[in-house]
Design a protein around this ligand. Structure first.
Ligand SMILES: [Zn+2]
Length: 47
């Protein structure tokens, strides 16, 4: 999930590993965690 924070930064929280990071991109392609890098970080967990 991403939400806008001060300035041009967005706060991102990975649904897979719970990693939290900030970037200027509103919709990063992959999780920024080096151990995760999941392209599904922004997707809801599925069964
Ligand atoms: Zn992740």
């Amino acid at each position: 999930m991403s939400e806008k924070v001060d300035g041009d930064y967005y706060r991102h929280e990975c649904n897979r590993c719970d990693y939290i990071w900030y970037s200027t991109k509103s919709d990063p392609k992959t999780c920024a965690s080096k151990k995760c890098k999941s392209p599904y970080w922004n997707k809801k967990r599925v069964r």
